[in-house]
Each structure stands twice: as structure tokens, then as C-alpha cells.
Design a protein around this ligand. Sequence first.
Ligand SMILES: N[C@@H](CCC(=O)N[C@@H](CS)C(=O)NCC(=O)O)C(=O)O
Length: 219
Amino acid sequence: MLTIYGVYRSRASRNYWMAGELGIAFKSVPVVQAYRLADPLAADAPVNTRSASFLAINPMGLIPAIEDDGLVLTESLANNLYLARKYGGPLAPADLREEGLMGNWTMWAATEVEPHAVRIILTHDAGTQNSDEGRAKITTAVAALGKAFAFLENHLDGRDHVVGERFTVADLNLAEVFRYAMSQIVLFDQHPRVKAWLERCQSRPAFKAMMDARSHEAA
Ligand SMILES: N[C@@H](CCC(=O)N[C@@H](CS)C(=O)NCC(=O)O)C(=O)O
């Protein structure tokens, strides 16, 4: 059975959403980010990214990790590509060409979008979005995201989805990365196809179920 190590309030959200889309049974092992704890190595600390038991799974000390039939994977977006290939169905590539495209879009999201988008959400998480420093960070990130938003906006001309004519793992992986920039309403208003695509992705029952579980988790 698939095991997901992480918490919903982390990049593990992508893997929980994916498992929900696939309708597969999974075991969730809560592992919280060490930086959220006062003393992650205290005897009574919950299992976290610095706990020996988790470092045995992912020596990088980052969540999520998944374990499936003895295979351990530790990159959230790659975890989803693997799950798509393993369980098949409409979310998975139908052929090698689609597999290439899904990998390409996923790598694009990880390298060209996420580094900037995550800076936006982390600034909000830290509550510093209205400080001079926070505003400067967000302005820089938004400027850096302009090209990526324009690229996706152009790609979505005449298309509802990123690859093929259906919701796939490529949409899911991208949607989870673009979610980190959602506080930037102007950026989405300037790119209406990206905005409508993200709304479509987030209207899926499996996304809503994941966000519901997330909302019940300690902040
Ligand atoms: N590239 C990795 C990044 C994973 C990552 O940065 N995870 C964060 C939580 S979203 C983490 O575990 N942070 C723990 C820490 O810094 O102690 C992935 O996408 O899975």
C-alpha cells in the first residue's frame, strides 16, 4: 500500500490530492516541518523532518516522501508522475509523447515557477507581506513570474488542459505550484486563461477533499 509521509500543510498536499484523484487507499504518516517546532529534537516533539525515524526515509529531511511496495521517492512532483504511471487512467500519459510533455511541464513548474511562487506564499505564511521587506520580496517574485504566466496563458489558448484534452497529472502538478501565487490577484486577472484553468483544477472533488483535510490540520 502507498504510504505518504508528510502533512497536508506542505508539498505533500500534491500527493494527497493525487491519491484522491486515483481513488487509491493509502496510509498517511504525519511528519511535520522541523522549522514549525520550538525544539524539533525534544523527546516529546512530534515526528518531524529532523527526526531520526524520518531521516531514515529521506536523509534530505524534507517532506513529502512516499513509499510504495518498497520503493521510496522523495520529490513531490516526481512522486505524482510515478503514481500516474503506476495506476494509469486518464491522469496518466497515454503514450510516450504525452509522458514527455507531462515531464516537461512538471520540470518547468519545478524550475521556472515554484522558486518564485513559493517565495510569495512563504512571505504570507510568515505574516510579513505588508512589511517593506515582504512587499519587496513579493514584487520581485511577481516580476519573475510574468514570463511563466504569459507562457501558460498562450499555451491555454484554445485548450482547457495542459496536455491532452483532459485533466492529467501535468495539470495537478502545475496547479499546486501556481496555487502558491494565488494571493496575487492582479497577476491572475492579467492572465484570464490561467485563472480559469486553475479554477477548473481546484473545482475537482479530490482537490476540495484535500483542502478540507488540510483545513482540519493544526496551522
Ligand atoms: N523539492 C522538494 C521540496 C520539499 C520541501 O521543501 N519540503 C518542505 C515542506 S513543503 C520541508 O520539508 N521543509 C522542512 C524543513 O525545512 O525542515 C519537493 O518538491 O518535494
